[in-house]
Ligand binder design. Structure first.
Ligand code: EAX
Length: 323
């Protein structure tokens, strides 16, 4: 090769690698702050896809509901106007009815039971079904067990909850369940919640410790009861518009990155569960740690007949049987 030809070849190579390293920036949104469990999980996922695709894919993160409520974000991911969302299953049942089974109060015994179910055949089957609804479920992440807060009184047993106006997610299964506690469920998108609590539009709300902490609900709620009345799964959703453009190797990178994100998110939930109660007490909340769980279980038991009719008694029993 002449010197010129060598230079040309080198230039061609630069042009080629330049094209190969073109970067796609994916928009990911979630409800809470960048420091919260959703932020930790999303960041772990984003770091991994950037590393695994040698920088061909990276994220731009939109924490704190900057892209809207969770229902709106799922719709946007379906449409492809948003690439990713890390969201609770609150509104997911409106897209895939089968997903609502996981929202039944007192279905899961503890975190191990819930995580084994979501990561096992039952959870993975529902995750795959999202494809039929124009959503790619990359992994079950986690929101956590939900606890009640309110501005009126300490809740020790179900009868203490009766009559309180409680904001719920836009989730029929939760609403049906909470009615049995005598609560007055008021569905509302998360971005409106802080102001609604501040202005007294509702008396209370229910959310996992990591959400109560990161959203600073201690500023607007006096009482916290560790009711743990329902497990709140979360899911990392990708738009099919992005998924369908990925080659097989990149698909594998995305799925493995999602598993790492889920692990990081769950670890943050664990950490917040361990240190969060002390923090919330310091912030001035009155905390009922010894809740009469049986009074709540007894209250909700009759609603299980309705849940069995909707989802199948065998399906509920299969989840209860997961070790
Ligand atoms: O996903 O709406 C809710 O209460 C959710 O738990 C919150 O947005 C985090």
């Amino acid at each position: 090769m002449t010197k010129n030809a060598t230079q040309l070849a080198a230039l061609a190579l630069i042009a080629l690698t330049g094209a190969a390293s073109a970067q796609t920036v994916l928009k990911i949104g979630y409800a809470t702050s960048k420091e919260s469990h959703y932020g930790v999980g999303s960041t772990a996922f984003c770091d991994e896809i950037e590393r695994g695709t040698q920088g061909r894919y990276k994220c731009q993160q939109f924490p704190s509901s900057a892209l809207g409520g969770e229902r709106e974000q799922i719709e946007a991911v379906q449409l492809g106007t948003q690439d990713l969302t890390n969201t609770s299953t609150g509104p997911l049942g409106n897209f895939l009815p089968e997903a609502k089974i996981f929202d039944i109060p007192f279905l899961f015994r503890d975190y191990n039971h819930a995580r084994h179910t979501m990561d096992g055949p039952i959870g993975q089957d529902v995750l795959k079904k999202l494809q039929g609804k124009g959503l790619i479920g990359l992994a079950w992440t986690e929101n956590g067990f939900r606890h009640m807060t309110n501005s009126k009184r300490a809740i020790v047993q179900a009868s203490d909850a009766a009559g309180l106006k409680l904001r719920t997610m836009e989730n029929k299964v939760h609403m049906e369940g909470y009615k049995t506690f005598g609560l007055l469920p008021t569905p509302m998108p998360f971005p409106e919640l802080f102001t609604a609590l501040q202005q007294g539009t509702v008396d209370g709300q229910e959310n996992p410790i990591p959400v109560i902490l990161s959203s600073k609900f201690s500023q607007v709620q006096k009482h916290l009861s560790l009711t743990g009345h329902v497990y709140s799964p979360a899911v990392l959703l990708l738009s099919p518009m992005v998924w369908n453009k990925l080659n097989d190797a990149d698909k594998k990178v995305f799925v493995e990155a999602a598993a790492k994100g889920a692990a990081a998110q769950r670890k943050k939930v664990n950490d917040d569960e361990n240190s969060g109660i002390a923090q919330l007490k310091k912030d001035g909340m009155q905390v009922v740690e010894k809740v009469d769980g049986d009074s709540f279980r007894k209250a909700v038991a009759p609603a299980y007949a309705g849940f069995a009719k909707e989802f199948g008694a065998d399906k509920i029993a299969a989840i209860q049987a997961v070790k």
